[in-house]
Design a protein around this ligand. Structure first.
Ligand code: GLN
Length: 275
């Protein structure tokens, strides 16, 4: 069953490893079993309903729809997040940002965190779940606000979720601001994978002609919402580190640090507000 499904995906042009892991995820999702159970059961006979569900998933996947939207779920930081079209699907590289900020929040016992461009809420909800910080999450999109709220409920964390164009409706000061803003430049957007461009929200991906529009806007305003010594932690595109560093320096931030993701690509920029 696993092999059959991954073979179909491979024949559609999907990378071998990706096809295998997607097939595994789809089957365990439909059968409501763990991966080890799947291996133990081997070629279990599927019920007609299970079979239909898998066929449906396969069909949608062949049309290019991302698996996370078909299933309505994506694991992030080891916990399941509800996702639907209209919010960006949480990415693995963003987990690194979460791990780093969670570590810092615990080390320095930071109390208040603001997560802007929250989307599904994956960063804000993870912070609230794994630390004691009080989290406010904001997004311009009403769909994102609803989805982030749903994820906060699923994971039983209390966070303030507001609809806001960046800082527009944000109040108060924070010890840390996190953001995974849209950062794809106009040309790269045209070259994105079809399943990303056709299905994921442009609003969450497009960062203007040069991809940097939101880093400029955020850098310009962030200090008004940060306590002294507060941190601004942002995800960036692999080729944006120098430009984002300059934007932050020009806006008066200090201690700029660039961190790489698991693929050794520049991915996270830390900055501190020292007044
Ligand atoms: N990492 C995402 C992608 O490459 C982009 C996320 C973003 O724009 N914030 O599809």
């Amino acid at each position: 069953m696993l092999k059959k499904m991954s073979d179909v995906l491979i024949s559609e042009g999907m990378d071998k490893q990706e096809a295998f892991s997607e097939a595994k995820y789809a089957i365990t999702f439909v059968l409501q079993i763990s991966v080890s159970m799947l291996y133990l059961q081997g070629d279990k006979q599927l019920s007609q309903q299970e079979n239909q569900q898998l066929q449906y998933i396969l069909q949608q996947r062949r049309n290019g729809e991302p698996l996370a939207y078909i299933l309505g779920e994506r694991y992030f930081m080891g916990i399941p997040f509800f996702v639907q079209p209209g919010v960006l699907i949480p990415r693995q590289e963003t987990e690194l940002l979460c791990e780093e900020v969670i570590c810092k929040i615990k080390q320095e016992n930071l109390q208040k965190v603001l997560d802007i461009c929250t989307g599904s809420g994956c960063i804000g909800v993870s912070i609230a779940k794994f630390t004691n910080a009080k989290v406010c999450a904001a997004d311009i999109s009403p769909i994102a606000v609803a989805v982030a709220q749903k994820n906060a409920n699923i994971h039983e964390v209390k966070i303030d979720i507001i609809q806001s164009d960046l800082f527009l409706n944000v109040q108060g000061k924070y010890d840390m601001i996190t953001a995974n803003p849209p950062y794809i430049d106009a040309q790269a957007y045209e070259n994105l994978d079809r399943s990303v461009r056709d299905y994921e929200p442009a609003l969450a991906l497009q960062g203007g002609e040069d991809g940097l529009i939101f880093y400029r806007k955020i850098a310009e305003k962030a200090s008004e919402y940060l306590n002294l010594r507060g941190y601004l932690v942002q995800e960036i595109g692999y080729d944006q580190a120098d430009k984002v560093r300059n934007i932050l320096l020009e806006a008066g931030f200090s201690n700029i640090q660039i961190k790489q993701d698991y693929a050794k690509l520049d991915r996270i920029v830390w900055a501190q507000w020292l007044g």
